[in-house]
Design a binder for this molecule. Structure first.
Ligand code: NAD
Length: 351
């Protein structure tokens, strides 16, 4: 059995990833460490909660004592760090928790990995790690900053984060890089574009617009709505992470994108049309502070070196996603009736 620590596994991407791995492999034991913040939801994991190769631990990745104990108890072979404060708007409101979780939490995990994975030192003083171990940091294309109308982010693009969220993710990436360079720790970092698919918290663009359109509430669109993002189906992302975990060259960064560039307003209109409502639900609101205009990913490295390619077209993926939100109303209705509504009202009032 390979022992894998997944952090943030009760969130959107982490829960999809755990389900994917347990279904695909019989020789993985997964421990899910998640603090269950507003974004964590154990209902996402109902399909596998009784699986005896799955253990949930409620806790904070920045809690050094807890993390050290887990590493000592389980002697993990792999760690994938999904845990993060992940919403840009919230980071603009209150950056501090982003720095604590996204930066300090990453360092605590790396330290624990270094301590339990090191077998000794080689002649030159470098640590020797247990064979097969790996730390994988899940990062974002937002660390590269914004693009103009043309061009793509490659792994060589200099980091130029513009929001407290992306700055915290870029900082974590740098710490991972430093642990690889300094201690030769076996690491990979992945930087993906905007994910969409089942179990995404309804503060993010696609589920927010689906929920509001169905309720015939106004659809808040930032600025002119012409911000362009690349969209990656979460299932394609899970396969990409699995591929990097198994085949990624140590110390390397891999960009992951869906080859689906879309302006936000295009997506909003597509959802309205699919749900047979009218475009007068759209309300243009004041643009987000420091809003990046365009992100786009060059996938060449992961496609050529690791033979991964996205399988979903946006048209298939968005149709499946809208249908999932239609079929799973009780999942998101419960969420939007809680703490999220207070936040939503603060951000958008009763527009
Ligand atoms: P999410 O907000 O849905 O989930 C984050 C999870 O982390 C939640 O379950 C939350 O409870 C947990 N968490 C937060 N703070 C924690 C802490 N201190 N200790 C333990 N657990 C904690 O996020 P997501 O969309 O699933 O994103 C997962 C990762 O992917 C993040 O690192 C994010 O930066 C990155 N990412 C996401 C996207 C996207 O489009 N969703 C794009 C690029 C990168």
């Amino acid at each position: 059995m390979k022992k894998l620590l997944v952090t943030g596994g009760a969130g959107f991407i982490g829960s999809n990833f755990i389900i994917h791995m347990l279904k695909k492999y019989n020789d993985y034991k997964i421990v899910n460490l998640d603090a269950l913040t507003y974004a964590g939801n154990l209902e996402n994991l109902k399909a596998i909660e009784d699986n005896d190769r799955y253990t949930f631990v409620k806790g904070d990745i920045a809690d050094r004592e807890l993390v050290n104990k887990l590493f000592a108890d389980y002697q993990f072979d792999y760690v994938i760090n999904f845990a993060a404060e992940s919403h840009v708007d919230r980071s603009i409101e209150d950056p501090e928790i982003f720095l604590r979780t996204n930066i300090m939490g990453t360092q605590v995990l790396l330290d624990a990995a270094k301590n339990t994975w090191t077998l000794g030192k080689d002649d030159t003083g470098y640590p020797i790690y247990r064979e097969g171990v790996k730390y994988l940091q899940v990062s974002t294309d937002e660390v590269y900053g914004a693009l103009g109308a043309t061009g793509l982010f490659t792994e060589e693009t200099p980091l130029a984060p513009n929001s407290p969220y992306s700055a915290s993710k870029a900082s974590a990436d740098m710490i991972v890089r430093a642990y690889n360079e300094t201690y030769k720790m076996p690491t990979n970092t992945t930087r993906c574009s905007n994910n969409y698919g089942p179990y995404q918290f309804p503060e993010k663009l696609i589920p927010l617009m689906i929920a509001n359109t169905l309720a015939e509430k106004s659809l808040p669109v930032y600025g002119d709505g012409m911000q362009v993002r690349d969209w990656l189906h979460v299932k394609d992302h899970c396969i990409a992470i699995e591929t990097v975990l198994h085949k990624g060259k140590l110390g390397e960064v891999y960009n992951i994108g869906g080859n689906n560039e879309k302006a936000n307003i295009q997506i909003v209109k597509l959802i309205i049309n699919r749900l047979e409502k009218t475009e007068d639900l759209i309300t243009y609101v004041k643009d987000r502070l420091g809003h990046d205009r365009r992100y786009a990913i060059d996938n060449t490295k992961i496609t050529t070196e690791l033979s991964w390619e996205p399988e979903y077209t946006f048209e298939e993926g968005i149709e499946e996603t809208i249908q999932w939100y239609l079929d799973n109303k009780s999942w998101w209705e419960k969420i939007i009736s809680g703490e999220y509504m207070e936040y939503y009202d603060r951000m958008y009032g009763d527009r």
